[in-house]
Design a protein around this ligand. Structure first.
Ligand SMILES: NC(=O)c1ccc[n+]([C@@H]2O[C@H](COP(=O)([O-])OP(=O)(O)OC[C@H]3O[C@@H](n4cnc5c(N)ncnc54)[C@H](O)[C@@H]3O)[C@@H](O)[C@H]2O)c1
Length: 368
């Protein structure tokens, strides 16, 4: 019997392999039927790794394929818009990687196209699915910690200072750490505390990245490798974010360092990517302590994933596809949607405007 949701993937690179294919294969309700990538050698490799599949080098063919119900777009950032619009035109449900577009205008257009086509749409904001993040959200939303006052996010990677390929060109990536890493943290901050009203931000670049990993010369990086912002939420709460891909000593087996904390009137809660099945918690003035995340928050409700299997900082990523599959079958919106991707993008764009013009920027995000 064919599965309920047949997936096609555009872009057969790193994130498709790390997050999305395991997520599709884990759930009996979903299957992978087609892939698209202009790199023929990679297509051949993926056919042997992922199973016999339809393979295309032109995304338009995959978007039009009648054997595909839903598409995952996992390509360089500058391709997201045109590929998502094509999928929506063909009535395909679509999950698109972050940043949704190269700027808010693109992202909002993608949202409107998916909405108007009546397809399910999702932005791949991975860290919303981390167990301790899910539990922090529960504690904040149910008021168990009182009124939120401060949000704090630090995301550090210690990556080699060699070329980042497409990620270091403005035309193909839009921005560096800001659009690659900090945008996730802008999203989950808005998910936890509501819309951000105004921000002041900055970016910086320390590594020229003018050599490939093999030591060959290449055009230097045009984008930031450090980004930061401070902001006020509409609720009156305040936030501070910092991200870097060059934080020496924070490699940590490639996972890096991540800490996100909410301080409320009755207590504080913190999530760590490196230890996502535990939470750091304090209530009613007691000291912060590490506690296990309750079992009902270890995975998306109903997910077939066994949370005791695999590396905790990896396996929650498989729940993204579970969410889109569930939304399609249950005929409801997927969370987070394209509008969430666009709203995070509006804040990230404003960081660049703020730094260019050395001023505070009020967030403008009319989705139309
Ligand atoms: N959600 C997350 O946590 C997360 C993690 C990593 C990457 N990402 C995002 O995923 C996207 C891809 O990142 P990646 O690390 O997998 O990059 P990658 O370079 O490993 O893979 C991108 C793939 O897209 C292919 N491609 C290029 N042009 C194409 C076209 N016209 N049609 C089809 N395929 C094409 C490339 O050949 C490559 O195989 C980016 O937007 C990135 O920001 C998100």
């Amino acid at each position: 019997m064919p599965s309920a949701v047949r997936y096609g993937i555009i872009g057969a690179g790193a994130v498709a392999d790390f997050h999305h294919v395991p997520g599709i294969l884990l759930d009996p309700r979903s299957s992978l039927t087609a892939i698209c990538d202009p790199n023929q050698a990679l297509l051949d490799q993926r056919q042997s790794e992922w199973g016999p599949l339809k393979a295309f080098t032109d995304y338009r063919q995959l978007a039009a394929d009648p054997d595909v119900d839903a598409v995952i777009i996992a390509t360089p950032n500058f391709l997201h818009r045109e590929q998502a619009l094509e999928c929506a035109r063909h009535g395909k449900h679509v999950m698109c990687e972050k940043p949704l577009g190269l700027n808010f205008q693109e992202s909002a257009e993608m949202y409107r196209a998916a909405r108007d086509a009546g397809v399910r749409h999702m932005t791949a904001f991975t860290y919303r699915f981390a167990p301790s993040m899910r539990y922090v959200r529960h504690l904040v939303k149910t008021g168990l910690l009182g009124t939120p006052r401060h949000f704090r996010s630090q995301r550090f990677l210690d990556l080699p200072e060699t070329s980042w390929g497409w990620r270091q060109n403005k035309q193909s990536a839009g921005a560096g750490d800001l659009f690659d890493m900090t945008i996730h943290r802008i999203d989950f901050a808005q998910d936890l505390l509501g819309p951000i009203r105004t921000i002041c931000g900055a970016v910086a670049q320390f590594a020229p990245r003018d050599r490939t990993a093999d030591g060959l010369p290449c055009p230097p990086s045009e984008v930031d490798d450090w980004s930061s912002l401070i902001g006020f939420f509409e609720s009156g709460a305040v936030g501070v974010w910092e991200g870097s891909t060059l934080m020496k000593g924070h490699n940590n087996g490639g996972v890096g360092y991540e800490w996100a904390e909410v301080n409320c009137s009755e207590g504080s809660a913190a999530y760590q990517l490196t230890d996502p099945n535990n939470i750091i918690l304090s209530r009613n003035g007691r000291d912060l302590e590490k506690l296990p995340v309750p079992s009902e928050f270890l995975k998306a409700p109903g997910s077939p994933r066994d949370p005791s299997h695999g590396k905790p900082s990896t396996v929650f990523r498989y729940d993204l596809v579970y969410e889109l599959t569930s939304a399609i079958i249950e005929e409801r919106d997927a969370v987070p949607g394209f509008h969430d991707g666009a709203l995070a993008q509006a804040v990230a764009d404003s960081v660049l405007i703020s730094f260019d013009q050395r001023r505070w920027v009020d967030i403008q995000a009319d989705l139309g």
